[in-house]
Design a protein around this ligand. Structure first.
Ligand code: FMN
Length: 320
């Protein structure tokens, strides 16, 4: 556990369809420990609009407990300006640019990690971006699209602009989530990066977070799947909340109930709600003594009543 004198700041990573407003606001209220929540990316559709569900996700009225940092996926300065202006109009003064998304659907259009082999384009976009009003911009990136050699020219470009911070997930896009995040590469990047460099990738325990931040002499990390699997993780790392097993069980129940009822309000019908909850359980089930068993029952439920019964049974695992 980290001492109070030197707390670690934790950023919650954006995961499309997992860390939405429902999830973030419930997590903040019940578990805390996270200093900033990043919203999954907004992107322009072919008709120039933003998909309704992702737009609703960042509306301040849908984020009553904690405002996220909105993230944009933009491959040209026009796309960047359109999205940045829309977000600015909502009152946000901080946003994040996604240079990491690895999926071909995105990279083929020169967005996300598709920009990493083109530092010149990144420079052009940033040249225009910093003429926009009141923009506090951070960047989240992978180590490259095809090769880790792409990282250093991009960091050199970013050094020339007043970005607030850079979050590095040190894997190349081609590898998706295979293998291990390259922590040595992060250490090398820190040597040349003139902005605060934040590490992201594969942190799932408080010990790992503490050891790594000490070793690298950094004070901020971003965590995604580790928090989805263990919503207490941020609190465990920075010592803000350490509940006993009974309290933990109660918090997990409340968390589930809050997320489930929020989806019931927002989504149309059990099957949509169920699909969303299956995503939630794909990580949440890791909190249970028998994760697979819990997941299997929840997945099979075909009605509200059957889902409730499956959830009841999963929580009874704690009583054995
Ligand atoms: C299903 C899924 C959706 C994701 N969506 C986004 C996204 O919208 N924006 C983004 O910057 N990263 C996204 N990511 C990447 C995560 O933010 C994060 O960088 C990655 O999971 C590594 O961190 P972790 O090992 O702590 O989970 C996504 C990852 C997954 C698995």
């Amino acid at each position: 556990m980290n001492t109070e004198k030197n707390p670690i700041s934790i950023y919650m990573a954006p995961l499309q369809e997992y860390t939405d407003a429902v999830y973030r606001n419930a997590h903040f209220r019940l578990f805390g420990g996270v200093n900033k929540y990043f919203a999954p990316y907004l992107v322009l559709q072919n008709d120039g609009s933003v998909k309704k569900s992702t737009w609703r996700d960042i509306l301040p009225e849908n984020n009553p407990n904690v405002l996220p940092v909105p993230q944009i996926l933009a491959g040209t300065s026009n796309e960047f300006a359109t999205l940045a202006n829309k977000i600015h109009e909502l009152g946000y003064r901080e946003m994040n640019w996604n240079l990491g998304c690895p999926y071909p659907m995105v990279t083929r259009r020169g967005r996300g990690s598709g920009l990493l082999p083109h530092p010149g384009r990144i420079r052009e976009i940033l040249d225009k971006a910093f003429t926009l009003p009141e923009i506090n911009l951070s960047v989240k990136l992978r180590a490259g699209q095809e090769s880790k050699d792409e990282l250093f020219p991009v960091l050199e470009v970013l050094n020339d602009f007043p970005v607030t911070e850079i979050i590095l997930h040190p894997r190349i896009a081609k590898d998706l989530y295979k293998g291990e995040a390259d922590r040595k590469l992060f250490a090398e990047a820190k040597e040349i990066c003139q902005h605060p460099l934040i590490y992201n990738g594969d942190i799932t325990t408080a010990d790992d977070a503490t050891n790594f931040t000490e070793q690298e002499n950094i004070s901020t990390i971003m965590i995604g799947r580790g928090i989805l699997q263990n919503p207490f993780l941020a609190g465990e790392i920075n010592g803000t909340s350490v509940p006993d097993p009974k309290e933990k069980n109660q918090l997990l129940r409340e968390f589930h109930a809050e997320v489930y009822s929020a989806y019931a309000e927002r989504l149309n019908g059990f099957s949509h709600q169920h699909m969303r909850m299956i995503k939630f359980w794909s990580y949440f089930s890791e909190n249970f003594p028998e994760p697979r068993k819990a997941m299997k029952k929840v997945k099979k439920a075909t009605s509200d009543a059957k889902y409730d019964a499956a959830v009841g049974e999963a929580f009874r695992q704690f009583e054995w």
